[in-house]
Design a protein around this ligand. Structure first.
Ligand code: NAD
Length: 261
């Protein structure tokens, strides 16, 4: 259990990739701050299971990633209740699929707030804690869309390119503090976020559900397989190891070869 005594705050960890990060880190003994929306009973069941797996704290914090003061309060609470903030994973994210001329302004604002600005606010609040202990890991779930674009995803692609820029900058700022900052860029991972965009893509492109899965989603992925949440979480776990201390400012693809094309 190489993460015993360490605390990980993971935004958007009530579902999908974020929950897989939480399980992987808890299995190595990390205290977890679970965050995100969802059914209260399901969240409590996940929280209790994480506590059981790690043998230490697992907290749930409902901070809304569109609200900077709630983000700062979550980081401070994590430090106060578990004793430290060692690992921050910026993972909360939403998607909206529409051509730019029909893209609702409030969807642009929400995607930029949740997928981009929240990462900046999390890092800003967490780095002073990490500096104090001389160790930290900042991991951000970017996307293959941090490297390449797809039509009808202007806000998402902008936000994902943006988190890579923040990560590179912060990696330079904390390089001598024992802190690393990296992005993980998955291709298509089968989670609610992907499942929920299928109806809009069907509408936007006039396709059937099967056509969206085979001809839009998996078309981009040479392996013709969805990435799994466990594969993404395994890379995050490696980035937390001391052997990964020289990996910083990187954007690491887990995309079945998508962006090699
Ligand atoms: P998901 O929908 O399963 O999880 C998203 C999480 O974010 C949930 O816990 C949700 O409650 C939380 N969230 C949403 N809005 C929030 C808010 N305002 N405040 C706090 N939490 C909020 O989706 P996922 O696929 O697991 O996505 C996780 C991350 O991975 C996202 O950043 C996404 O862009 C990225 N990603 C996903 C894929 C994929 O194919 N699924 C590919 C590349 C990158």
């Amino acid at each position: 259990m190489f993460l015993k005594g360490k605390t990980a705050v993971i935004s958007g960890s009530t579902s999908g990739i974020g929950l897989a990060y939480a399980k992987a880190l808890a299995a190595e003994g990390a205290a977890i701050v679970l965050n995100g929306f969802g059914d209260a009973d399901a969240i409590e069941a996940n929280r209790a299971a994480l506590e059981q797996a790690s043998g230490t704290h697992a907290l749930y914090d409902p901070a809304d990633m569109t609200q900077p003061e709630q983000i700062a309060a979550m980081i401070d609470r994590a430090a106060a209740e578990t004793g430290s903030v060692d690992i921050v994973i910026n993972n909360a994210g939403i998607q909206h699929v529409a051509p730019i001329t029909e893209f609702p302004v409030e969807k642009w604002d929400a995607i930029i707030a949740i997928n981009l600005s929240s990462a900046w606010h999390m890092m800003r609040a967490a780095i002073p804690h990490m500096r104090k202990q001389g160790w930290g890991r900042i991991i951000t779930t970017a996307s293959a869309h941090s490297l390449v674009a797809s039509p009808n995803k202007s806000a998402y692609v902008a936000a994902k390119h943006g988190v890579v820029g923040i990560t590179k900058t912060v990696a330079l700022e904390v390089a001598t503090d024992g802190i690393t900052a990296n992005c993980i860029s998955p291709g298509y991972v089968w989670t609610p976020l992907v499942e929920n965009q299928i109806p809009d893509t069907m509408k936007a492109r006039g396709l059937t559900r099967e056509q969206v899965i085979d001809d839009v989603l998996l078309k981009a992925q040479p392996t013709k397989e969805f990435v799994t949440i466990e594969q993404v979480a395994a890379l995050a776990l490696f980035l937390c190891r001391d052997e990964a201390k020289s990996i910083t400012g990187a954007n690491l693809s887990v995309d079945g070869g998508w962006t090699a094309q």
